[in-house]
Ligand binder design. Structure first.
Ligand code: AHR
Length: 664
């Protein structure tokens, strides 16, 4: 965040904003803090969509490392000319091997006159390589050849070598061995490829051919892209929802997300097609698969790293109802329910328990303190309700305090929503997950959505939302200042109703500029770079300025939810003793708002003011201009118990002023 020092002055702002509206008085009842704001209030939603995991957060650079894509050589090219037919063979181990059945067998003919042969991997839209960074190559090898020299290297777009090294592989007989090699890249290249040249004679089998940068998040070998995790960590999210999204449901049940298959040795994690591979004919992604290198253990670890509560969402025995709409018969639901029970044991159980031991063996003997779980993603109808009841009974019988998140379908209104809302409330649901992908007008118009929700009973999780500048699944959607501003306005209503709304997350989270299927998205990346959209900065501002209790703020004795194009909310931060006020000016005119702090004995002479604004609602951030629209923080001088606040046209302002004693 950029920091500048300003002294707030109405005169200056009049000059700046030109046309100021008449003053409005927003009254803050600073001595009447109300509902608690949960630490989980603002979180993030992660799904492997838009190359979010493979090709994105998961830092593996080799695409199709285990030859398990439906086309086994997708991403690979043979270099040189094989001497005989069958020198490169994809071998299937046999029916018994479901996790990683295939490997590549290469027959080398050796001799000084032997053909030069090799393999090349194109990476995910190329490999992003950075000068000076160490790259760790590894593969599983089994060979009859006495000795094979392997020359592994990166080449840039022009075919120039930009780093590499050699390793000698000697006969292993029937035994698979892991061979490794590290080297540094000599230049930065956004779209390199990796070549492996062979020298020797005999047969060499290869599998799990991998290349990782060393500079992953926390330097973990085989880990995540540090820049992407950093953007999440910077938000200090209250929770992280994973692994989706529709990916939980799968196109059909065979492609549903099965967390148990995402644990343990990488070569034992069974790859499946990513359901976003073929979902949109207008954005096909034939090379999009889930390797599960990023699996449930890694998600829990990520949650812990960034201080977020883990929120896994599990399949409820129903595949995506927009796709196959397959259901598991009620008589066959047990394995699904057992998965849910076992997940709690995996996350929280003692290392002496079956699943607690799996976690401990993966390097985390301490529990992950899982407190909640979603059952079903966007499922609906009586089929969902009857399955949910079975899950709920089984989980609550074993873990009575465990919180369950239930689906309210795909839309925030309509027959499906009304039906589920009624059913879930009569079931005494803990938390209802609502989704809204709507135009900005909807977000501005729904800042009061939760004002009249029942105060008792089920709490709300705004589990997926994003303003659509065009319409849902349109390729023309943009993360503009308008979308972000409308979300900021809407979120005042979430915070004001923190007694009802317990959690909220924008969706989707990541998109690769060359590999996306769905837009808008919170964070955009390419092979080397990443940037937050204006929507990202709005989410971040809410999260970093959460507060602990809602404080009433009104305009003419009413919640500030659109009058004079203003939206506002206030909170008290018990920890720092600050009053935090958020105000959105959705009009194209500057406004002066007097913030009157009622019930306050003394106000300090200064406060901090953070503002996001942009002259054009269509403005965006980009790789070239990642902070075009970003928060700017300044210090403002205060006089008396009022804050004269100049609200720029189309702006979102956050004021922090210390008026309470801090609670240590
Ligand atoms: O966020 C993209 C998709 O939108 C999610 O996978 C799904 O839950 C919703 O329909």
């Amino acid at each position: 965040m950029k920091k500048v020092k300003l002294i707030c002055s109405v005169v200056v702002s009049c000059l700046l904003f030109g046309r100021l509206n008449a003053q409005t008085v927003l009254t803050v009842q600073a001595d009447r803090p109300g509902a608690a704001i949960e630490s989980t209030m603002w979180g993030v939603f992660f799904e492997d969509i838009n190359m979010g995991a493979d090709g994105g957060l998961y830092a593996e650079l080799v695409k199709n490392r285990s030859f398990e894509f439906n086309k086994p050589m997708m991403g690979w090219k043979i270099l040189g000319k094989p001497a005989t037919e069958g020198d490169f063979l994809v071998v299937h181990r046999g029916e018994g091997y479901t996790a990683n059945p295939r490997f590549l067998r290469v027959t080398l003919h050796g001799g000084s006159g032997g053909q030069r042969m090799g393999l090349s991997n194109e990476g995910f839209r190329g490999m992003g390589v950075r000068e000076g960074v160490k790259y760790d190559f590894s593969m599983l090898v089994r060979q009859t050849a006495a000795k094979v020299n392997l020359h592994v290297g990166l080449v840039n777009k022009d075919g120039q070598s930009i780093g590499g090294g050699s390793l000698v592989s000697t006969a292993t007989g029937e035994q698979w061995e892991k061979k490794t090699l590290s080297f540094r890249a000599s230049v930065t290249a956004p779209s390199a490829t990796m070549n492996i040249w062979f020298e020797g004679e005999g047969v060499i089998d290869m599998d799990m051919i991998s290349l990782f940068p060393e500079d992953t998040w926390k330097g973990r070998p085989g880990g995540m892209r540090a820049d992407m995790v950093q953007l999440l960590a910077d938000m200090k999210p209250g929770f992280i929802r994973f692994p989706g999204g529709c990916i939980v449901e799968g196109f059909d049940l065979s492609q549903r997300y099965q967390w148990k298959k995402t644990l343990g040795l990488l070569e034992e994690r069974q790859l499946i097609i990513n359901r976003w591979n073929f979902e949109f004919a207008h954005r096909p992604a034939p090379d999009y698969f889930q390797s599960f290198g990023l699996g449930f253990f890694e998600y829990f670890q990520l949650a812990e790293d960034i201080g977020a509560e883990p929120l896994p969402i599990l399949n409820c025995g129903m595949a995506c109802q927009f796709n196959s709409a397959e259901v598991a018969p009620m008589s066959e639901l047990d394995p699904y329910v057992q998965d849910a029970l076992d997940l709690i044991e995996f996350a929280n159980g003692e290392p002496g328990t079956k699943w607690g031991k799996v976690r401990a063996d993966m390097g985390h003997p301490a529990p992950f303190h899982l407190k909640m779980m979603g059952v079903g993603n966007e499922n609906w109808g009586p089929q969902y309700v009857e399955r949910l009841k079975v899950f709920t009974a089984a989980i609550k019988a074993r873990y009575p305090d465990f919180q369950l998140v239930n689906s309210s379908g795909t839309d925030p209104n309509g027959d499906r929503f009304d039906y589920l809302n009624g059913e879930l409330r009569s079931m005494h649901a803990d938390i209802i997950d609502e989704h809204y992908y709507r135009r900005p007008e909807w977000f501005f118009g729904n800042a009061r959505r939760y004002d009249n929700y029942p105060r008792n009973g089920a709490k709300i999780f705004c589990g997926e939302y994003a303003a659509q500048s065009d319409h849902t699944v349109s390729v023309d959607n943009r993360n503009s200042w308008l979308t972000a501003l409308s979300e900021a306005a809407f979120m005042t209503g979430l915070e004001r109703n923190a007694d009802v709304v317990k959690m909220a997350s924008y969706a989707p989270l990541f998109a690769h500029a060359e590999g996306w299927q769905w837009t808008p998205d919170l964070i955009w990346v390419d092979n080397l770079r990443s940037y937050g959209t204006p929507d990202y900065y709005v989410q971040k501002l809410y999260s970093l300025n959460k507060g602990s209790r809602v404080v009433p703020i009104t305009l003419h004795n009413e919640a500030v939810a659109g009058q004079d194009s203003l939206y506002a909310t206030a909170a008290k931060d018990d920890r720092t003793g600050e009053l935090i006020i958020k105000v959105v000016n959705a009009s194209g005119k500057g406004q002066v708002s007097r913030l009157s702090l009622a019930g306050v004995k003394k106000v300090p002479g200064k406060a901090s003011l953070t503002v996001m604004t942009s002259s054009q609602l269509g403005n965006v951030n980009s790789f070239a201009s990642p902070q075009n629209i970003a928060p700017v923080t300044s210090e403002i001088a205060l006089k008396g118990k009022e804050i004269a606040l100049e609200l720029a046209p189309y702006s979102f302002s956050v004021i922090r002023v210390k008026i309470y004693p801090a609670v240590p």
